[in-house]
Write a protein that binds this ligand. Structure first.
Ligand code: ZN
Length: 397
């Protein structure tokens, strides 16, 4: 049977230079692995004005439920300084028990292991009692407009329904088995412009310094803290990420001050309730009489990032316990159920079915000399294999 060796699967995928937005042969390679296993493979090209066309792939084995989805991406980030790599980034060379290459952990490795696990399952039991599908995008590391979102819409439109999803992103900080992600914080960015009146610093009564208010506004956003965290999430956190007046002269009061910030927020907030609280704080600071005695509240405007990421937490026992049980039975360690880290495509999938994330060790992702321990590929394949068995047994029960 083909595709049962995760190391071979990964080497094949790494040799496809699929830097976003290029398909690089990676989806064709997947097609060649999945079709012999019985998957119906479909290639879906997504387009949107102003962004590059992106090729994606959807493959399904089986026609009945329960239906388990594996989601991931074959695109990779650029190699950076290729000369700094100790092994060529698209050669998949093995040295000292490690396989080198861009995408080794983020996340061609996860895909290679899940395919191997499915291939072994098919070899042992023939097809599962239900369906397994792969939802693979080529646009996770890029703008993420022509990727998972559109692929999910396309599949749902033609009647696809899923009972659970596993995303194979590298979730382990130090060693395989450390961490499963069962949710993610939300993320929202704001861009504020404070409108003052330009003038000479020696004649401040003729001007109106926007920085007086802008600094108070930034302070008001940061303090008091938004919250103290929840059972499953760390405290929400706001970082000011940039300040600009366009002014270099110390004898000039600038006309405008602009600043930007980002908030990673927990499940005490929605994007909407958070924005309302932040605007309340900004309004209060803008009206502070002590900063600008006798003057009307400082005028400002704010725009928000177009698509905020919503916070989510997956409470689905069949999924979470099948996966953590599989990790435990193979590695002997109990994984931490975490909601830390940046956003991922799981934020889109959660609107369709319960979703969790588990993959390789993320330490070298996006770095020069991205690499994976060959032994980890075998271990992850075994974990995925046990997970598949347990999830279908649980879903059938
Ligand atoms: Zn990734």
């Amino acid at each position: 049977m083909s595709a049962t060796d995760p190391v071979e699967n990964l080497a094949t995928l790494i040799r496809c230079p699929s830097v976003t937005p290029s398909e690089g042969g990676a989806l064709s390679a997947l097609d060649a692995m999945l079709t012999p296993l019985g998957f119906a493979v479909e290639r879906v090209t997504a387009t949107e004005a102003g962004t590059p066309d992106i090729e994606n792939l959807y493959a399904r084995l089986g026609t009945s439920g329960p239906h388990l989805m594996f989601a991931g991406h074959t695109d990779v980030v650029p190699v950076g300084d290729a000369a700094a790599w100790s092994h060529p980034p698209f050669a998949a060379e093995i040295e000292g028990g490690e396989l080198f290459g861009r995408g080794a952990v983020d996340m061609k490795g996860g895909i290679a292991c899940f395919i191997a696990a499915v291939a072994r399952h098919v070899e042992k039991h023939s097809a599962p009692q239900g369906s397994i599908s792969f939802l693979i995008t080529g646009d996770e590391e890029g703008p993420a407009i022509n990727g998972t979102v559109k692929l999910l819409e396309w599949a749902a439109e033609k009647g696809e329904r899923w009972d659970a999803c596993l995303v194979g992103e590298p979730t382990n900080p130090d060693k395989l088995g450390d961490m499963i992600k069962i949710g993610r914080r939300g993320s929202v960015s704001g861009f504020v412009t404070v409108h003052g009146v330009q003038g000479h610093v020696a004649y401040p009564h003729l001007a109106d310094n926007p920085l007086r208010t802008a600094t108070a506004m930034m302070q008001a956003l940061m303090s008091p803290r938004l919250d103290e965290g929840t059972e499953n999430f760390p405290p929400s956190n706001l970082e000011v990420t940039g300040i600009d007046t366009g002014n270099t002269a110390t004898n000039v009061i600038p006309a405008k001050a602009k600043f930007a910030f980002n908030v990673r927020f927990n499940d005490l907030w929605s994007a909407e309730s958070l924005q309302a609280e932040l605007i309340r704080r900004l309004d209060t600071a803008a009206a502070d009489e002590n900063l600008r005695p006798g003057r009307a509240p400082m005028r400002y405007d704010i725009t928000w990032s177009e698509r905020p990421s919503h916070v989510f937490l997956t409470r689905n026992d069949a999924l979470v316990s099948s996966l953590s049980g599989a990790v435990e039975s193979v590695t002997g360690s109990t994984p931490k159920l975490s909601t830390t880290g940046g956003t991922s495509d799981a934020r889109f999938i959660k609107d369709y079915c319960p979703v969790v994330e588990f993959g390789l060790v993320g330490q070298t992702m996006h770095m020069v000399d991205e690499r994976v321990a060959v032994a980890d590929l075998e271990t992850l394949t075994e974990i995925y294999g046990v997970f598949i068995e347990r999830w279908f047994a649980h879903a059938a029960a």
